[in-house]
Design a binder for this molecule. Sequence first.
Ligand code: F6R
Length: 366
Amino acid sequence: EKGGYPHFMLKEIYEQPLAIKDTYRGRLLADEGIIKMAGIEDNMKRFLNADRIIIVACGTSWHAGLVAEYIFEDLARIPVEVEYASEFRYRNPVITEKDVVISISQSGETADTLAAIKLAKSKGAFVFGVCNVVGSSIARETDAGAYTHAGPEIGVASTKAFTTQITVLTLIALRLARAKGTMSSSDYRRHLHELELIPEKVAEALKADKHIQAISKLYKDSRNMLYLGRGYNFPVALEGALKLKEISYIHAEGYPAAEMKHGPIALIDENMPVIIIATKKGHYEKVVSNIQEIKARKGKIIGIVTEGDVSVRELADHVIEVPETLENLSPLLTTIPLQLLSYHIAVMLGKNVDQPRNLAKSVTVE
Ligand code: F6R
């Protein structure tokens, strides 16, 4: 059942090239320059008339929502707010019939997300679901939706659900951008072609596994770790930290790299490993200067870099390469080494990777 892998989590990490392809299959027609998603076409007016999009989710799905916020605003120029479902439902939020709410949930059963959807519907908002489990409560409760086709995710730590959620949300953003005319047709086509190449680039990123395993060995006994990223890779830093916490029980925090100097930099010393996402596109020079600040305080640096990188390699203790892609697709690649790093550390510490303590695969109570 684990297909020869020692854990479901590892199997699911390796399934990502196929899961992403399954998720865009039939929807992404790159050569024709078309994105076909019935749930969007049928409700195009609601999306185009929306004053804003509110994304509600929990945990890893909330991180996918944050990535989507950057993509929707950047490409489709639609204002987006991303809310923890548990906060949204209890704070008397302002919701109108002109709002579109997108709920993201792997299981489709998360109690807080379901309650947030019901609240939004009661105020007349249009609710669109992005779920993995067909026929789940959230899939049934939403007005329309698009499934991720990740296949069953058994490991409690979410991996392929995250990358396929980002895939679906990227397709939606591109479709809306085209409809609104916020992207030039050449830029739009370039995005379609680059998205089509993501599965093979994920497969390429997975090849760093042995190297990541060796790095994991050096840092498995750390008490804390810091994850940093900017722009599109800030949510990836949050997700990397969550992954490490939940399966290895090592305390980790994700931060926007530039927020360092507003507090967390005080934590840096020779015992603090810092995982920093420093891919070529997306504030690269600024991230390099953040790395210099960490190095000056003797922090250990693990850089997630673009293939062939030189500058970060000179400064960092270790680098892990991912293939080059467009800035707004980079989370699909930079997430991969962070998943593997937390997996290997947890295995080396003898933790129950697939079923970490205190956690359940679907959180059906608030
Ligand atoms: C993290 C994790 C949780 C879930 C969260 C939401 O690895 O698995 O944080 O992401 O409980 O679950 P879904 O997406 O099923 O609503």
